[in-house]
Design a protein around this ligand. Structure first.
Ligand code: ATP
Length: 199
């Protein structure tokens, strides 16, 4: 599995549709300060479902939409598509190539699609979680973040490893199942009370 291409349109400084094609191995993006290198990394995190405006170096979520320049008016929406080569079947989906897309409008709300079919954020997260690209995005290490990881507590470090190993997904599912069990037990108790009142 590797990232094949990334297309941005209306995302941060990328007003016009811009596609970056990646090859297997290491890719370096070079450019002058402020030219948009980090915006490419933000686009990657964003299309994979990042929900925090701060993680995307903005104040609010709409800040990812092209805000306009002296020569170009602002745009009303941001779109990013990420194509992943899945010939090794690392992603649990029967396609050799998977394209994840996210669109956001200025009046709020994001739309997601997998290979052109609309889906929920949860579907994107579930698809990626087995690949080690989980919802916490530890695979994207931003400037200055290395320090945080190196100085993390043993518990946090375990969290990073669990996420990379795909354990976190099962932990979250277990927590969800336990919560459901708890509410079912509550319902059962209420039902028993009601039954004893009726009798
Ligand atoms: P450095 O090398 O200094 O870290 P960089 O190449 O990583 O820089 P970025 O931080 O990716 O640069 O890009 C910053 C540029 O993106 C700034 O010029 C900023 O004005 C522009 N930018 C960010 N958000 C938007 C937006 N919503 N609309 C238009 N331009 C934006």
């Amino acid at each position: 599995m590797y990232l094949k291409s990334l297309t941005m349109r209306g995302f941060k400084s990328f007003a016009s549709a811009t596609t970056l094609a990646f090859e297997p191995g290491i890719t370096c993006i070079v450019g002058p300060n402020g030219s948009g290198k980090s915006n490419v990394v933000d686009a990657l995190a964003w299309v994979m479902g990042e929900q925090g405006a701060k993680s995307l170096r903005g104040g609010k979520m709409e800040d990812v939409i092209f805000a306009g320049t002296s020569g170009r008016p602002p745009l009303g929406r941001a779109e990013v598509s990420l194509t992943i080569d899945n010939t090794d079947g690392a992603l649990p989906i029967e396609y050799a190539e998977v394209t994840i897309s996210r669109t956001m409008f200025r009046n709020g709300g994001s739309e997601y699609a997998i290979n052109g079919t609309g889906c929920r954020l949860l579907d994107v997260q579930e698809l990626l979680s087995d690949s080690g690209i989980g919802r916490e995005m530890h695979v994207i290490v931003g400037q200055g973040q290395l320090d945080t990881i190196l100085h993390a507590t043993a518990e946090d470090r375990r969290g990073f490893i669990e996420e990379a190993a795909g354990v976190l997904k099962h932990r979250k599912r277990k927590e969800k199942a336990l919560r459901k069990l708890e509410s079912t037990e509550g319902n059962l108790t209420r039902l028993t009370d009601l039954l004893s009142e009726i009798r």
